[in-house]
Design a protein around this ligand. Structure first.
Ligand code: ADP
Ligand code: MG
Length: 397
């Protein structure tokens, strides 16, 4: 699908995205820079991506008329959030190339299937996930209570619809486990053993229709209260041997899925000497990821550029990181002072510092824990970037 090409009816080549959040917004920006028109399907009238797209189809994700309109407007379609109904992607795929496809998105939407996939390709990826058990019925709950106390203390996670630490309960005893399952609504869950994490990292992989694969070096992620807070992306952010293994594992996982588009694979780093050899695969996101936002400012091709290239069948250049970077998420909390009173962050002071790149997502309502934007700090060397990141963090409280 050639960027800037015009069809017989005079319409510019158009790329579509299911979902209107910030990931969709940055995808739209990348597509538009190449000359594509864009279409966003998103029910919310004021969504970050809908606000900046040429076309905004404002219907439910599974609305047949909305999907038909998206397919009619676009030459290829992607998704920006994984809980878009896989059936909707399946419908779109009847008439248009859809990347990633409904099958792989379906796997990533369900922790049970996701873990089964990780297990199925453990031989080639060289990594396994944390010990776990599936709890879908009260019989399974009782069996786990009786036979799998090795998983305690653990984390009970809903199989579907969890994100940013939501849909998870930490449990220490079999009684707490039963209470947690009830609290989560007795829905399908996995109980995962709590691991002693020394770090977390993620790897972004892009794979084309022809099987060509490129990847970014692993970045180290710091979560606070289950939400990504900081991403460290520079040489030395991860021990080189682990970084190499994580990168190879992520590529193997993408290949084994026959994945097309950008995939993010999250890993845990656990204390040395464990049975996992230090690296455990956690989960995957079938789309660009918050931990890859630094690629916009620190690399010669961003994760969103690669998503555009992959879905449109353009070449996938191996991205090169030209600057060390630290990304700070800007949650709604920054828009409130210590007394909970609304305040405007001091962007004057932040932007005066060299190498600060501010990205706000166009959300008008700040709420605690809501992702409002992010800041990437780049610089000539790691020490400078770390110093600037500390100063920015101090300025934002
Ligand atoms: P989400 O879909 O919310 O990102 P995750 O499974 O990635 O769910 O869990 C969120 C965070 O909780 C992780 O990034 C990690 O910090 C912590 N966590 C999750 N599972 C475990 C585990 N088995 N052991 C230790 N920490 C965990
Ligand atoms: Mg996660």
């Amino acid at each position: 699908i050639y960027p800037g090409s015009v069809d017989a009816a005079g319409r510019m080549a158009t790329l579509g995205v299911m979902g209107g959040g910030q990931l969709g917004r940055m995808f739209v920006h990348a597509a538009q820079r190449l000359g594509y028109f864009t279409a966003v399907l998103e029910p919310d009238a004021q969504s970050p991506a809908g606000l900046v797209s040429h076309h905004h189809i404002q219907t439910a994700y599974s609305d047949p008329a909305g999907l038909a309109q998206l397919a009619e407007l676009c030459q290829a379609i992607t998704t920006e959030f994984e809980n878009v109904p896989a059936q909707a992607l399946h419908t779109l795929a009847q008439t248009r190339p859809v990347a990633p496809n409904a099958a792989v998105v379906g796997i990533a939407q369900n922790r049970i299937e996701e873990k089964a996939h990780f297990a199925a390709c453990a031989d080639v990826s060289g990594v396994t996930c944390a010990p776990y058990a599936v709890i879908e019925t009260s019989a399974q709950l009782q069996a786990v209570q009786a036979d799998r106390t090795d998983l305690l203390p653990g984390i009970l996670k809903t199989a579907r619809l969890g994100y940013d630490g939501k849909g998870q309960v930490r449990v220490k005893t079999t009684e707490e486990l039963a209470a947690a399952w009830a609290e989560l609504g007795n829905v399908a869950c996995v109980l995962e053993k709590m691991l002693p994490l020394t770090a977390e990292c993620s790897v972004l992989v892009a794979r084309g229709w022809d099987g060509q694969v490129v990847s970014f070096a692993p970045q180290r992620n710091v979560h606070v209260a289950g939400i990504l807070a900081v991403t460290h992306a520079y040489e030395g952010a991860m021990p080189p041997a682990l970084a190499g293994r994580a990168r190879e594992a992520a590529v193997a996982i993408a290949q084994h899925l026959g994945y097309v588009g950008v995939l993010c694979v999250e890993f845990f780093v656990v204390e040395d000497g464990s049975e996992h050899g230090g690296l455990v695969v956690n989960e995957m996101a079938p789309r660009p990821h918050n931990s890859g936002h630094y690629t916009i400012d620190a690399c010669d091709a961003s994760q969103f550029d690669l998503q555009v290239h992959a879905m449109a069948g353009l070449p996938l250049p191996q991205p090169r990181q030209h600057s060390p970077a630290i990304m700070l998420n800007l949650l709604g909390d920054v828009w409130f002072d210590a007394n909970g009173q609304p305040q405007e962050p001091d962007w004057q002071a932040v932007l005066r510092l060299p190498g600060t790149h501010l990205h706000l997502y166009g959300k008008t309502q700040a709420r605690a824990g809501r992702k409002m934007g992010h800041l990437t700090i780049t610089g000539p060397d790691v020490a400078t970037v770390k110093t600037m990141a500390r100063r920015v963090a101090d300025l934002l409280g």
